[in-house]
Design a binder for this molecule. Structure first.
Ligand code: AMP
Ligand code: MG
Length: 327
């Protein structure tokens, strides 16, 4: 479904939301949200409230653009992610998470990847003094916990939706970015070593596996200034993505953070970010924050995977699809 037809459909979401399939999806989503919170609370996380607007936001959002608004005469951004704020909060509370609403003007062609919305939520978490390997281990336990809960509590909904959920075993398979690029080249994709993995290739590699797959150690040229460069392996970041299996694509992105003022400044300059725009953030780093690592897991993408939906716009009650006006 595309263009005009999709627009018509989304415009009348007030009809669809009453249909049985939509109720099943929303019940699964509700259970998933409770499961995420329950898991993190037991792990000692504190839930914090996410900001919606601020002077700067996450610049590392691939091809997407940021939304700007007029805030009493100041140019403010709508959060593309709250990553900069997580670094602020984690220095106080050590383990934090938020269900953070994000807006991104994704390119129009993102509308039909099945996994991009212009407005979405991520469960964004951060842990002080942790390594990216710690966070990968946490991510595995978190996903397995959610899958088990959904299988247990939403059996009827899953059956109605025709979805069979496998519980993966730990540890999940791990490929470095370099290994993933090699594998995809062998599958006929023309990929360059220093770049992000393009959407079609991401979907392809995700479809090659029946269990979730980590891609780690991205090249420095592929990511934002906040993913930490490995001091022992210059040019390689201590970061990761988790891909769902079966072609559902990226679930999680995360890593260790650059947290030292001088390092962040150098990374900003290397990427062409203007440090002057990052006023409060750079001042905070100069005064000092705790080293940390964290990740974000998209709530709608998780719901899509749990329910086995073809398109992410059916994994959210009031979807905003790139380029399509809807309620
Ligand atoms: P990112 O910082 O771009 O890696 O985003 C963090 C997580 O949010 C991703 O791993 C996805 O699960 C989710 N996400 C990112 N962009 C979108 C989008 N346009 N629509 C829906 N979910 C998204
Ligand atoms: Mg990502």
């Amino acid at each position: 479904m595309r263009g005009k037809e999709l627009r018509e459909r989304l415009w009348r979401r007030y009809r669809e939301i009453r249909e049985p399939w939509m109720r099943w999806v929303l019940r699964v989503q509700d259970e998933a949200l409770s499961a995420l919170r329950d898991f993190l609370r037991v792990e000692g996380f504190v839930e914090i409230l996410a900001p919606i607007v601020g002077p700067v936001t996450d610049p590392g959002i691939r091809g997407a653009k940021q939304f700007s608004i007029d805030y009493y005469g100041h140019r403010f951004k709508v959060m593309s992610s709250m990553i900069l704020y997580k670094q602020m909060a984690v220095s106080s509370l050590d383990k934090v998470f938020a269900l953070s609403p994000n807006l991104r003007l994704e390119p129009l062609e993102a509308a039909y990847t099945g996994r991009h919305l212009a407005e979405f939520r991520q469960l964004d978490l951060e842990v002080a003094e942790a390594s990216y390997l710690d966070l990968m281990e946490l991510g595995e336990r978190l996903l397995i916990y959610v899958l088990r809960r959904i299988r247990r509590e939403c059996g009827e909904e899953l059956e109605n939706l025709g979805r069979e959920l496998r519980i993966p075993s730990k540890p999940f398979r791990r490929l470095t970015h370099g290994e993933a690029v090699e594998l995809l080249r062998g599958e006929g994709f023309d990929l360059k070593p220093g770049e992000e993995i393009p959407w079609e290739a991401e979907e392809h590699i995700s479809a090659m596996f029946q269990e979730p797959l980590w891609i780690m150690d991205y090249p420095i040229t592929a990511r934002g200034f906040y993913d930490r460069e490995d001091p022992e392996r210059p040019g390689i970041l201590r970061d990761f993505d988790l891909l769902y299996p079966e072609g559902y694509g990226e679930a999680i992105s995360g890593g260790e953070r650059e947290y030292q003022y001088e390092r962040v400044l150098a990374r900003m300059k290397a990427r062409g970010d203007n440090p002057e725009e990052y006023g409060w953030y750079l001042e905070m780093l100069r005064e000092g924050v705790k080293p940390s690592a964290g990740f974000g897991i998209g709530v709608e993408r998780l719901t899509r995977y749990l329910c086995g939906l073809k398109y992410i716009w059916d994994a959210v009650p009031f979807p905003k699809v790139p380029g399509i006006p809807s309620p």
